[in-house]
Design a protein around this ligand. Structure first.
Ligand code: ZN
Length: 409
């Protein structure tokens, strides 16, 4: 028990080490609601976003949202529709909220931003590896701001609802529960809606839209809840996806539930996409790079890693980038731990050996595990210090305190 207490205090000290950007901004965003139209051709989008937030004690009368390179048409108080004054320099949208109800009277406030333009990054609209038109968001680490007005930092997690209008024949996937699609009378295009209640980081607030084959794997049972496990792939790659990388998608979640805790979201969709990363752990809608499907070389390791992120990184999120190992170290370690749970301890032994080799042959062996040297450029933290060394720190901790205390902690 003594050891457990030490580990707990260390963990919370790490989480508290950095002041949250939400507090610096004077707000705590509770939820976003986004409506966006994906065009039949071209890459320009029309969108609105409603932001529900609370002011924190240090707040002034300005709501500051990250939004890069788009055109803001108007900003309104969402409930009354009253126009609000704003200033936008192409990077930061400052909305004057002084005229809103006193925070003593109204606990939560809502502002709606109407905007349009051609996202320079973050929302990628174009052709997929099969030559079909599609749209995928790819937000990590701070690229949500290229298409969504957000407090674009992991310290301010929030719920999100998406209302996405797409061409006929497309399907849409996003975090949370599926609210369905319906054909619009006005233009015969489709409106698809998703509802994410639990707070998630802005870097996982994504949509994927295009032509998919969706296959339902055996669901996971969480007490009274049934968690759908789905594989969204391009039609040409669907049979491969089901039979090779995602053959044990359900068993992987069940292993994590036995070891750690119930799955934290309403469903889990594994999505073939055009992400720049091999896999991206978007909350309950994991995106994987499309090429390894097409080349038939995708394996299960990336699925174990990204699934583990649903607990470590998504449900529990680092407050600031220097603590990235809390996300990547855990996901790297639990890739091996899940493998051992499914196929025996040799999997973990081999993965820890590979982790050691990759760390000791890297050029980051002189850096601390909580690495504040790259705060301005989190991409540089995607290195052997955050991943394999992070996994080794956890493996050593487990060796020191024992399995029982480690997994309970
Ligand atoms: Zn990862």
């Amino acid at each position: 028990m003594g050891c457990m207490r030490t580990v707990g205090s260390l963990f919370f000290a790490l989480l508290a080490a950095q002041s949250a950007i939400g507090q610096q901004r004077g707000v705590d965003v509770r939820s976003y609601e986004v409506g966006i139209v994906i065009p039949d051709s071209g890459r320009s989008v029309t969108a609105w976003a409603a932001i529900t937030f609370r002011r924190v004690p240090s707040s002034d009368d300005t709501l500051r949202l990250d939004l890069v390179g788009l055109s803001v048409d108007s900003v309104r108080e969402a409930r009354s529709g009253h126009l609000l004054r704003f200033a936008y320099d192409g990077k930061l949208l400052k909305v004057l909220i002084g005229g809103l109800p006193d925070p003593q009277d109204a606990d939560e406030e809502d502002v709606a931003v109407y905007y349009h333009g051609l996202p320079q990054d973050g929302l990628l609209i174009g052709s997929n590896a099969r030559g079909k038109r599609r749209a995928f968001a790819d937000n990590w680490p701070e690229r949500a701001r290229y298409w969504l007005p957000t407090v674009d930092h992991p310290s301010d997690k929030a719920g999100i609802d998406f209302h996405v209008v797409v061409p006929d024949g497309w399907r849409v996937v996003a975090p949370g529960s599926d609210e369905g699609c319906r054909r619009r009378r006005s233009d015969a295009r489709w409106l698809c809606e998703w509802h994410q209640v639990a707070a998630i980081p802005a870097y996982t607030m994504v949509i994927g839209a295009g032509e998919f084959t969706v296959s339902k794997h055996r669901p996971v049972i969480n007490g009274r809840d049934t968690i759908p496990i789905e594989v969204w792939a391009y039609p040409e790659d669907s049979a491969f996806a089901d039979s090779v990388p995602f053959r044990r998608a359900t068993e992987i979640v069940e292993a994590m539930q036995r070891l750690i805790a119930p799955f934290p979201y309403e469903k889990l969709a594994h999505v073939q996409s055009s992400t720049k990363f091999g896999g991206m752990e978007n909350s309950s809608a994991i995106f994987y790079a499309e090429k390894p499907y097409v080349e038939r070389r995708m394996g299960e390791g990336v699925v174990r890693h990204e699934t583990a992120h649903q607990w470590f990184g998504d449900a529990v999120t680092e407050r600031d980038w220097p603590h990235l190992w809390l996300s990547e170290g855990f996901a790297t370690y639990f890739d091996g731990v899940i493998g051992a749970a499914l196929d025996g301890d040799t999997v973990l032994v081999n993965s820890m050996r590979a982790n050691a080799e990759s760390y000791f042959t890297s050029d980051v062996t002189d850096r601390p595990i909580v690495d504040s040297g790259y705060a301005a450029d989190p991409i540089k933290l995607l290195n052997a210090n955050s991943y394999p060394k992070g996994a080794w720190v956890l493996h050593m901790l487990r060796g020191t305190i024992g399995d029982s205390a480690f997994f309970r902690t």
